[in-house]
Design a protein around this ligand. Structure first.
Ligand code: CA
Length: 234
């Protein structure tokens, strides 16, 4: 029997926590709850959940700071930011601080469950030509797909789940251009996109900052203006 995945809910509105917990439990997830940012951070460190649902406006420590602290410690747990619909800036800021995804309030439980499932799943990268273990990704990059670890010049690069999956997906299809919609479907596992394609841009930017010598002159993940992104074969 596979061990149940554990989701940490960090949210100060008890009624929201209750309904999320109820629905996640029903879907077979275990849940942990925190009603303020400090407790959320402490639980994340102590319990090592499989995913964190993180509200932005929280007592004691806001969601962004929780996310930033975890990433600063090299913790790459998938994080989904819960944000109010009007706070467009929050979405981008959350992603820039290392969140994997966001969901806007009010959200349906169906959408939430879909996002949790999509983000918790360390996909086997259903790519037809998934890179072999220790595959050289060209230049100074190596992707160890067995350990889900990327190295640059032999040194480990700390990537979030989405950054890793985006890189692996693109590197598995060198020189093939993918639109943002393609990437949302293939990497984020979303069957719909809407305005969320911006998520792809932010994730590409963060990935470049981590793997490129000069993120403004990328050598690995290139942009085909007006079309999409591709991994440069070399
Ligand atoms: Ca709140």
């Amino acid at each position: 029997m596979e061990q149940k995945k554990r989701v940490l809910i960090v949210e100060d509105e008890k009624n929201i926590v209750d309904i999320i917990r109820f629905n996640l439990n029903r879907e077979g997830y275990e849940t942990l709850e925190a009603y303020d940012g400090e407790t959320g951070l402490a639980l994340a460190r102590a319990e090592k959940p499989d995913l964190i649902l993180l509200d932005v406006m929280l007592p004691k420590l806001i969601g962004f700071d929780v996310c930033k602290a975890l990433r600063g410690e090299g913790d790459n747990v998938p994080v989904i930011i819960l944000t109010a619909r009007e706070e467009e800036e929050d979405k981008v800021l959350g992603l820039e601080l290392g969140a994997d995804d966001y969901i806007t309030k009010p959200f349906s439980m169906r959408e939430l469950i879909a996002r949790v499932r999509a983000n918790i799943r360390r996909t086997a990268m259903a790519a037809p030509s998934a890179p072999e273990r220790g595959m050289s990704a060209g230049g100074a990059l190596t992707i160890d797909t067995a350990a889900n670890q990327v190295y640059k010049n032999g040194a480990p690069v700390e990537l979030t789940l989405r950054e890793y999956e985006l890189l692996t997906f693109l590197a598995s299809h060198p020189d093939k251009i993918f639109s943002r919609v393609d990437l949302m479907e293939q990497v984020w596992n979303y069957g719909y996109v809407g305005d969320d394609a911006r998520t792809v841009d932010v994730t590409v930017r963060r990935l470049r900052e981590k793997i490129e010598d000069d993120p403004s002159e990328p050598a690995y993940i290139l942009t085909r203006r007006g079309v999409g992104y591709y991994y440069s074969a070399r």
